[in-house]
Design a binder for this molecule. Structure first.
Ligand SMILES: [Zn+2]
Ligand SMILES: [Zn+2]
Length: 332
């Protein structure tokens, strides 16, 4: 089975955090956090449609300028989400440059920025040609954990505590459509872009009794074709947790958000032997990260965002996380 999301850390575990998630066979990606993103190619950056920022400490947000630079002058709506104070932070970044020439750009580039609070979220729109001055009044909506909902996927968040609000994220596929290629060719059809349209039809709940045309080939009844070439399995779930203090309340919220994820990327900044420093700096130890992953029953855990004090000790941080994960998962 091919997963739809192909998550990969933007940098090594001692460098700026960030998770880049391109979608299989689509020219689209989302990203969790914008630290240093120089390792991402222009091609990858331009796939990004949605950006989710945990919090605006520099190592999580310094890449905003680079991202913005690639998109300037393009026809694109870019969606950004962040915690309380995010609108002010984005406006502060935008105010750092002069925009006297952008009115001549012919393409419409717009930023749609949402600040997430417990209970509500506020969205503000900025248009490049308008020198990124906010357009229209703010849009205020209730926030019940869901940031983005599309036919095929959703992104949820939880407001966590890092001495400032910090968001944890989960991206989840509604269900997974596996194409059985030999059945496709068995019908005399080619593997091609039409399969994406076919998947979209299923995600969009199109009437299964309606006709579906495979371009220049044949017409099928959608539900019939689905039975012959597709296998529907549970959707993929990927979660991202960084910069959180270890507390009962954070732990409970994280477990709820990342429960049974296929892959959890979680900070493990300190070793358990330095738990007092972790507490002061409002970060997790590797043991605590593994415990959360185990208790949440995730299938795979990747620790990262290691403190530079452990340079050369990567295997130790990974081992402590995994030992704790196995210890806690077996107790369930
Ligand atoms: Zn931080
Ligand atoms: Zn950090």
């Amino acid at each position: 089975m091919r997963p739809s999301f192909l998550p990969r850390l933007v940098n090594g575990p001692f460098d700026d955090p960030g998770l880049f998630i391109p979608f299989f066979l689509e020219k689209r990606a989302i990203i969790f956090d914008l630290g240093d993103i120089y390792s991402l190619s222009a091609r990858d950056i331009l796939k990004i449609s949605h950006v989710f920022i945990s919090h605006t400490h520099m190592d999580h947000f310094i890449g905003f300028d680079r991202l913005l630079r690639f998109f300037l002058g393009r026809e694109q709506h870019l969606y950004l989400y962040g915690p309380g104070g995010f609108l002010k932070n984005v406006e502060g970044k935008l105010a750092g440059y002069s925009w006297n020439l952008v009115k001549h750009y012919s393409n419409l580039f717009a930023l749609n920025v949402t600040e997430v609070h417990p209970g509500h979220m506020t969205t503000r729109n900025y248009i490049c040609q308008n020198r990124f001055m906010p357009v229209e009044a703010d849009i205020r909506q209730p926030f019940d954990g869901l940031l983005l909902k599309e036919p095929a996927l959703s992104v949820s968040a939880e407001v966590l505590d890092h001495s400032i609000p910090c968001l944890g994220f989960t991206i989840e596929e509604r269900f997974h459509i596996n194409i059985m290629k030999e059945h496709v060719t068995g019908l005399g059809l080619e593997i091609g872009p039409w399969l994406n349209e076919f998947k979209q039809a299923l995600y969009n709940n199109i009437d299964p009794d309606s006709e579906f045309e495979v371009k220049y080939k044949k017409r099928f009844i959608l539900g019939d074709l689905a039975k012959r070439i597709a296998l529907i399995t549970p959707g993929q779930k990927v979660s991202y947790i960084v910069d959180v203090a270890y507390s009962k309340s954070n732990e409970a919220k994280i477990i709820e958000l990342v429960k049974n994820a296929d892959h959890l990327f979680i900070e493990a900044v300190f070793l358990e032997r330095d738990r007092d420093i972790a507490e002061k700096k409002c970060h997790l130890t590797a043991w605590q990260a593994g415990r959360i992953a185990g208790k949440a029953g995730v299938k795979q855990v990747t620790p990262f965002h290691f403190s530079p004090r452990y340079k050369g000790l990567k295997p130790l941080l990974e081992k402590e996380t995994l030992d704790s994960y196995h210890r806690h998962i077996s107790r369930r």
